[in-house]
Design a protein around this ligand. Structure first.
Ligand code: ZN
Length: 197
């Protein structure tokens, strides 16, 4: 019988909300005095983007963790049901219905990395660049996030950190074509294309 090592699969995805000032402004949110975190479960990970009403894309630099360190980087979509999230925020309720649903986390492959400088994320929607931003624009940088998240939640091998989205979030429609890219010093490190079902 084959044994399955549960550590191969990520056991959680920790997401950082409001990490880019320009994105905070576009959603009329307050600049937080400490990072905003929320968690997506394993079951939210999907290969495909499936259309839902009110679905928004948020392209994010995503980090894979091993031995409490960032070992690889990939592109991630923190898919969000924006209308539901807005209602939940107004009522002071948890965000899971808007952020942790089936199909809410989409990733490219992850590429090993040892230096986190000059990383950028880009989202191309139907041939047009709609998001571009990187570590330089983050309020809370990757090294801080790893330490802080480990102190609060604990980080296990295979966990993923989604480091927040730059400005330019928007709606997802049926048939849209998205390309998610991660750049390192201006060169494409990894990219993936999706068509919305
Ligand atoms: Zn996000």
């Amino acid at each position: 019988m084959k044994t399955i090592n549960l550590k191969i699969a990520p056991c959680k995805i920790v997401c950082v909300g409001r990490n880019y000032v320009e994105h905070i402004k576009e959603l009329n949110n307050e600049i937080p005095s400490e990072p905003v975190y929320f968690i997506k479960p394993n079951s939210s990970i999907s290969e495909e983007i499936v259309y839902r009403e009110g679905l928004h894309y948020e392209g994010e630099i995503s980090f894979l963790i091993k031995n409490k360190k960032i070992v690889a980087v990939g592109f991630g979509f923190d898919l969000t049901l924006r209308d539901i999230q807005t209602k939940l925020k107004q009522k002071g309720l948890p965000w899971e219905r808007a952020k942790a649903f089936k199909g809410a986390a989409i990733f490219s492959d992850f590429v090993e990395i040892d230096d986190l400088n000059n990383l950028e994320v880009e989202v191309v929607k139907n041939g047009e660049i709609v998001q571009r931003g990187g570590v330089e624009l983050m309020m809370y940088k990757p090294d801080f996030l790893v330490k802080d998240i480990d102190e609060i939640f604990g980080l296990d091998d295979g966990d993923i950190i989604m480091s927040g989205t730059p400005k330019g979030v928007g709606r997802v429609e049926r048939g849209d074509e998205f390309i998610g890219r991660i750049y390192k010093s201006g060169k494409v490190l990894v990219e993936k294309k999706w068509r919305v079902n």
